[in-house]
Design a protein. Structure first.
Length: 496
């Protein structure tokens, strides 16, 4: 599964080469000539300097290829269950499109006539809504009102002409399916290039899931979340955005879920240049470094990468910078045999039996109100035992392959400080896994960096030319080592 996603990862090399063209057949690449300005291969940076339509990179998410049928650009989406590795070793059961959640990115030009064939390979009905599109009502994908839901095994063909421009998205309009991952980016490139032009253009989809340890299926009824993802990956498995020092960068943020996300960039000020309704007029742009991306919204931000370094880009909600939080993880690390959670019925709403966690010891997510919420736990942070299970040298079972498992630094009198521990065993050397998430884009990061990246976190790496070239060289090598993989409409889709 992960290897497939590797092949499909959209990578734009520094030369402007669109490596995701690998997923297009030669024939389709030929066909793509109609997409003016979106060069599929071999375009030098200088040549695309004036191109109005630079392809948007969606790190860790594939591009959806298309075929030309007369004057129509035809895409094919398959709604289906997917297995997705959101974090090293954490493969979860999501619902998505064409093998991933979020689904592949669609990119078109303003004015295009577009056909999208949607096949439903889910065990229940679905619908496909084109969020914010000004299209005829019967193409809107509103189940029950504008069309019948697409039954399992069924197909619906959407076709419309797109006169808008900006950062849009597609998603299932069945609410609970949205919480299983069913969304994808839909970029409409403007006829008239935006000014000032950018050198790099990225899109990141923000999602959240409630998945208890040892369970692989999100509880879509839960209202608290413990896995927060950028493009389907939780930090440190997210792929950094690689830019050259001095480049102008656009990042398109798209949110579909239950939470709002204040996305913060280190080291730079940006301006918000677009919303889910398209480009904003320049007089409305004001400087900031945190943009609140509400549910069902998109926000485009732009900045000049003038400050070299590896800069964090992350949601600023503290719990959204964590992985797999559940209420008994804290106590579990320092107690033995105390039933920590509540029965599953109260803890997670739906799951009652058959999970790896017992009724007595079932962990629970968060605290709060509503369906799937839990009661406040009586156990608070408590003193560490003399032989804490976290002292992994005594507990060989705690050694996770590939994890660095350094020991956190705590003061001698730590246990006497009210509130300890907070981050001591949640972040830092114990969580470092640099090797497990090794990839070209991470090359040269400070050793141990991965111990501090979780949830909705990634980097914008603003690199001087030599470091930039080193990473691009590694990218090229990695791509070269992979077998060619064609993923085109009409071909059988493999679950891996
Ligand atoms: Cu958030």
């Amino acid at each position: 599964m992960s290897s497939r996603r590797g092949f499909l990862r959209n990578i734009l090399a520094g030369t402007g080469v669109m490596a995701s063209a690998k997923v297009l057949s030669a024939q389709e690449m030929d066909m793509s000539h109609g997409m003016q300005g979106m060069k599929m291969k071999g375009v030098k940076k200088s040549e695309h300097a004036d191109a109005s339509r630079m392809l948007v990179e969606t790190p860790d998410v594939a591009q959806l290829p298309w075929r030309i049928d007369g004057s129509v650009k035809e895409f094919h989406l398959i709604a289906e269950p997917v297995k997705q590795e959101i974090f090293p070793g954490r493969v979860v059961d999501l619902w998505g499109y064409n093998g991933s959640a979020p689904g592949p990115t669609i990119q078109v030009n303003q004015g295009d006539r577009v056909r999208i064939i949607v096949d439903n390979h889910l065990p229940e009905a679905t619908s496909m809504h084109w969020h914010g599109f000004e299209v005829p009502n019967e193409m809107d994908g509103a189940p029950g009102s504008s069309q019948d839901p697409i039954p399992p095994g069924g197909r619906f063909v959407y076709e419309f002409t797109l006169h808008q421009e900006g950062t849009y998205f597609y998603h299932s309009h069945m609410a609970m399916q949205e919480m299983m991952g069913m969304i994808g980016a839909f970029v409409m490139h403007p006829k008239q290039a935006y000014r000032p032009r950018v050198d790099r253009d990225f899109a990141i989809i923000l999602q959240e899931y409630a998945i208890l340890p040892n369970i692989t299926v999100p509880n879509s009824m839960n209202m608290e979340f413990n896995w927060l993802t950028f493009n389907g990956k939780a930090g440190p498995a997210t792929t950094p955005l690689i830019v050259r020092h001095g480049e102008r960068v656009r990042i398109r943020l798209i949110n579909l879920g239950m939470d709002h996300h204040p996305i913060h960039l280190h080291g730079h000020q940006f301006v918000v240049t677009g919303t889910e309704g398209g480009r904003q007029p320049e007089p409305t742009w004001g400087p900031g470094n945190t943009v609140l991306v509400g549910v069902a919204q998109s926000r485009d931000v732009e900045f000049v990468a003038s400050n070299p370094g590896d800069w964090m880009l992350h949601c600023h909600l503290p719990h959204h910078m964590m992985n797999q939080m559940s209420s008994n993880v804290g106590p579990m690390t320092r107690r033995n045999g105390i039933p920590a959670g509540l029965e599953m019925e109260r803890g997670m709403g739906m799951l009652r039996q058959g999970s790896a966690t017992s009724e007595e010891n079932g962990p629970s997510l968060g605290r709060g109100m509503g369906v799937g919420s839990t009661f406040e736990q009586r156990t608070t942070n408590s003193p560490l035992r003399a032989r804490s299970p976290m002292q992994h040298q005594d507990m060989p079972g705690m050694q996770h392959q590939g994890m660095q498992m350094g020991r956190p630094e705590v003061s001698k009198d730590a246990n006497s400080v009210p509130g300890f521990p907070q981050d001591a065993f949640m972040e830092g050397p114990m969580m470092a896994m640099d090797q497990m998430v090794d990839k070209p884009e991470n090359f040269g990061l400070r050793p141990g960096w991965s111990g501090f990246m979780a949830g909705m976190m990634t980097f914008v790496r603003v690199l001087p030319p030599d470091k930039y070239d080193q990473i691009m060289e590694r990218r090229k090598k990695q791509e070269g080592n992979k077998p060619m993989k064609i993923d085109m409409p009409g071909m059988e889709h493999k679950h891996e």
